[in-house]
Ligand binder design. Structure first.
Ligand code: NI
Length: 236
């Protein structure tokens, strides 16, 4: 399944180019496909939220795009149906703390319980697994990394969607800054972000990009994720 997907999407992208009348056909009339697949990861924080996350999941499913969701425990506990759907539809689910606390500077027992409560919820709902951490605001205090038993994920593209809440601005900022192996930060709790994300998928898929989870992105680059290490792109 995972091996067949990039070729399928490459062919789909070629088909889109054909419909647009662009040069996806060579002189000998054979269809060309991108020589090298470009991978990218969409990440969504602070949900899940009814009315936005479900629409996003619908759109990602229609497009055959995978993503990573870093959920807040307070939200996740009331939307366990959405958590299950994320897992069933091939997305990665990760931990964004129980109440979105700034881990940097908080007391050791607060850090521990904020992370452990979400881990317990995800284990209960989704089963045993490695639920990676995105620390709220993207960082933990230097020297506390050894407390973290899973890989941590930051980002390389941040369109500040929570600030503008403007579909066009978010799309433009992401398209201007995304490269192969980018990790893109978005928030699935805003209608404008859901619209922007699906437009971003359409545009980048037509350029030959394939949307994978963060875990898949690292694996595709031969990176073995380590506990307590913060990853910003697919190459490290
Ligand atoms: Ni957040």
């Amino acid at each position: 399944m995972r091996k067949a997907l990039p070729l399928f999407l490459a062919l789909a992208a070629a088909a889109v180019l054909l419909r647009m009348g662009q040069s996806a056909v060579t002189a000998d009339n054979r269809t060309t496909i991108p020589a090298e697949t470009k991978y990218v990861a969409l990440t969504f924080d602070d949900g899940p939220k009814a009315g936005t996350t479900d629409l996003l999941l619908d759109g990602l499913r229609e497009r055959g795009a995978s993503a990573t969701f870093f959920v807040v425990g307070e939200q996740a506990v009331i939307h366990t149906d959405l958590l299950r759907r994320m897992q069933e539809e091939g997305h990665q689910v990760g931990n964004h703390t129980w109440s979105h606390v700034r881990l940097q500077g908080s007391a050791p027992e607060v850090r521990r319980s904020e992370i452990a409560q979400v881990d317990a919820l995800l284990t209960e709902v989704l089963g045993e697994g490695m639920y990676w951490l995105r620390p709220p605001y993207g960082q933990v205090s230097p020297g506390t990394e050894q407390e973290i038993s899973v890989p941590m994920v930051k980002w390389s593209v941040d369109p500040r969607d929570w600030e503008s809440r403007d579909r066009k601005k978010v799309v433009a900022a992401v398209l201007a800054n995304t490269k192969p192996n980018s990790i893109i930060l978005l928030h699935d709790i805003y209608p404008s972000t859901v619209e922007a994300a699906l437009e971003i998928v359409d545009v980048l898929q037509a350029q030959g990009y394939v949307f994978v989870t963060v875990e898949e992105l690292l694996r595709l680059n031969g990176v073995t994720p380590q506990p307590g290490v913060l990853y910003r792109t697919g190459t490290g």
